[in-house]
Design a protein around this ligand. Structure first.
Ligand SMILES: [Zn+2]
Ligand SMILES: [Zn+2]
Length: 322
């Protein structure tokens, strides 16, 4: 009798355990690649995302650009592991919440470096959400207002509030659109703010010269690691867009009455404007499409400065269940 009861209890336990296990795997339907620790090494990882809320859009990710932030945040003592990187996300809308306007199932869209903000402060009201008083929530390794840790675009899909989602016209190649969401807006924002129209390119690598002059239409190309070339360019520049944080002496600002200003991507309004600008003017970032299985080598190449074009991961065709 006792033994039978024990057996029954065990089978109840087994059943409930199975139930828990199956419900867990059923929810963890988002496939991704994540870094688990400071090594930053990425490997397949299954997780769940929130259900589609009234204001949300469910985006099946087709491509995700590889940004240097993906290196920084996967090798960061403050990172919230596991870290699923990626904030140059593009894909196709599969579901929309009941209150969402301006998006339809099947639309091509992009998601950039932030996925939430208070939507109530002066900055948010001006659609400069990136400067939100309560802090914009980063697309990955950020803590969302509901307490969950955000996970980025090295994954099969994302659920995001429609406000932080951008329409991309269907005739614009999605893979090319990916880099616009971080790299594109990072450069566009200061160019617009300071009315830049010069075309001299400074680069650490001579390998980019021919392309800068012939393809990008630059008037002059300077290798920044070449002291002579740099000296010859003294006082020839009206603006420098520095996307990699160099060190400088504050004293050097006084001589020449120079000004330093900073920015971090742009708000949703300016991001829409930048996408329209690229679409209208047929501007397509140069990209190298790679499979997700190459993600670790891709980050290594970024660290070793061995990247000529923006690396973009073909999520749709290469991110599969193992
Ligand atoms: Zn980025
Ligand atoms: Zn705000």
């Amino acid at each position: 009798m006792e033994r039978r009861q024990e057996k029954d209890e065990r089978s109840v336990w087994e059943k409930s355990k199975q139930k828990i296990m199956s419900s867990r795997t059923a929810n963890e339907d988002c496939l991704g690649w994540a870094a688990r620790d400071l090594s930053g090494v990425l490997s397949p990882y299954k997780f769940s995302r929130r259900a589609v809320g009234d204001d949300d859009v469910y985006v099946k990710i087709t491509y995700c650009g590889v940004c240097y932030a993906d290196v920084g945040f996967t090798r960061n003592p403050h990172a919230k592991y596991p870290v699923v990187p990626g904030h140059e996300i593009v894909g196709i809308v599969k579901k929309i919440g009941s209150k969402v306007q301006g998006f339809n199932v099947g639309d091509h869209v992009g998601v950039g470096t932030y996925v939430n903000s208070c939507r109530n402060c002066d900055f948010c009201n001006d659609e400069v959400e990136v400067l939100c008083e309560k802090g914009a929530v980063y697309t990955f390794s950020g803590v969302d207002y509901d307490g969950t840790v955000t996970k980025g675009g090295y994954s099969s899909y994302i659920v995001v509030h429609a406000r932080y989602c951008f329409q991309i016209p269907k005739h614009y190649p999605l893979a090319s659109a990916a880099p616009l969401l971080c790299a594109g807006i990072t450069v566009y924002s200061p160019m617009m703010r300071h009315n830049m129209n010069q075309r001299e390119i400074l680069s650490t690598s001579i390998s980019k010269k021919e392309e800068a002059l012939n393809v990008l239409g630059a008037d002059k190309f300077v290798v920044s690691t070449d002291q002579e070339q740099m000296k010859a360019s003294t006082k020839s520049l009206d603006f420098i867009i520095d996307t990699a944080s160099v060190k400088f002496s504050p004293m050097s600002l006084n001589l020449g009455a120079k000004t330093v200003s900073g920015s971090a991507v742009g708000g949703t309004k300016q991001t829409r404007e930048m996408i329209n600008f690229c679409v209208t003017n047929k501007i397509y970032p140069n990209i190298e499409v790679i499979p997700i299985q190459y993600a670790n080598e891709a980050l290594e190449r970024l660290i070793n400065r061995d990247v000529k074009h923006r690396l973009v991961i073909d999520i749709e065709n290469t991110l599969k269940e193992e």
